[in-house]
Design a protein around this ligand. Structure first.
Ligand code: KG4
Ligand code: ZN
Length: 337
């Protein structure tokens, strides 16, 4: 039987990174190119959708060419083209989807649509074999979810945020502290320098719930700052950052741990931009230390924030399952996992 390597060209443009990558057999990064637009959005304090779309249009062909050149491959060598179909900013997603469709049509290559969060989870397949049943803690700018997977391609959301995503809370608190966008890494850095001495709430919700809520915590941080300012008191930004981060981490880590035990999980994986958080990575490692029966997988920082390599890993899995996109594929900002 012929055993041929699979090469997936992957494209990701759901938010503010224009990215293309080539993944071999679902596990090996052959090339991985990311053009970030953060500098352009910084002065607005967040991602401006119109600007994001324009940057994607400018960057997409350059990024694709670079990914192909680095891999030293030609289009005829590709097994499939995978692209983020949603969720995300519709105008941003459209650039990637149309680039993928154009290439698939011109070179007669199969097309595979990928859910952005499936991509974040499959980033872990680029560093470790996925073992089921698996639990993924997904923490990004738009999502905070605990996802149970009994097998490849099966995603059951057992808990999610009822209001703000963890990354969103990070970015809003950072803005209150007048830190640049995106605020997550700045809070993370400040938190390492401070002490969690300020009492802030933790939303455990009802007994046994795996849902999350971060808007109360965010408001508590903002109120604490305002009250102190009104009274002429000084609150150290680093202590506030450390206290906020501790509240977020306590809840994320404890709920993940409890769910892993309840669901008899063998492997826990971390995913999404907030997975780059030093405090979270360390706290999860410490919490799971006592459970040698549960493997904890944490991707390197470059695979936590948005990239196309993760879309290629998930795209390869979907391709093998027989999933195929078609020329009518559209950007789907509200795509369900
Ligand atoms: O996954 P991602 O790159 O984009 C989305 O799909 O949303 O996540 C971006 C989010 C932003 O909210 C950013 O502030 C946050 O990830 N983030 C962090 C850190 N690095 C990025 N949050 C906390 N600590 C970090 N080190
Ligand atoms: Zn993302």
């Amino acid at each position: 039987m012929e055993c041929k390597d699979r090469y997936i060209l992957a494209i990701e443009t759901s938010c503010d990174e224009t990215a293309a990558a080539i993944i071999k057999n679902g596990t090996e990064i052959v090339s991985n190119v990311v053009a970030s637009q953060i500098e352009s959005h910084k002065r607005f304090g967040g991602v401006v959708p119109e600007i994001a779309s324009r940057h994607h249009v400018e960057q997409i062909t350059l990024v694709l060419e670079e990914a192909m050149q680095q891999a030293k491959l030609e289009f005829k060598d590709l097994t499939a083209i995978a692209v983020t179909e949603g969720p995300g900013l519709v105008g941003a997603l459209l650039i990637g989807v149309n680039a993928a469709k154009a290439l698939a049509f011109a070179h007669q290559i199969p097309l595979v649509g990928v859910h952005h969060i499936a991509g974040h989870i499959y980033a872990n397949q680029l560093i470790s074999e996925l073992k089921f049943p698996l639990l993924a803690l997904v923490v990004s700018g738009g999502h905070t979810e605990l996802v149970y997977m009994k097998e490849h391609g099966s995603f059951e959301v057992i808990g999610e945020t009822l209001d703000d995503a963890a990354g969103e809370a990070y970015d809003k608190v950072a803005r209150t502290l007048q830190l640049p966008y995106p605020g997550g890494p700045h809070i993370d850095r400040l938190a390492q320098e401070g002490e969690p001495v300020i009492d802030l709430p933790r939303a455990w919700l009802e007994e046994g719930s795996y849902h999350f809520s971060f808007s109360g915590l965010k408001s508590a941080v903002i109120n604490t700052l305002h009250n102190a300012r009104q009274k002429g008191q000084i609150i150290e930004a680093r202590d506030l950052a450390a206290s906020f981060q501790q509240s977020v981490i306590d809840v994320l880590v404890e709920k993940t741990f409890r769910a892993a035990i309840e669901y008899g999980i063998g492997q826990v994986v971390l995913a999404g931009g907030v997975a780059a958080n030093k405090g979270l990575r360390q706290a999860l490692s410490v919490r799971f230390e006592e459970r040698s029966d549960i493997e904890l997988v944490i991707p390197p920082l470059s695979l936590c924030t948005d990239n196309a390599a993760m879309i290629g890993a998930a795209g390869d899995m979907l391709y093998q399952k027989g999933v195929r996109g078609h020329m009518g594929m559209n950007a789907n900002p509200g795509l369900e996992l």
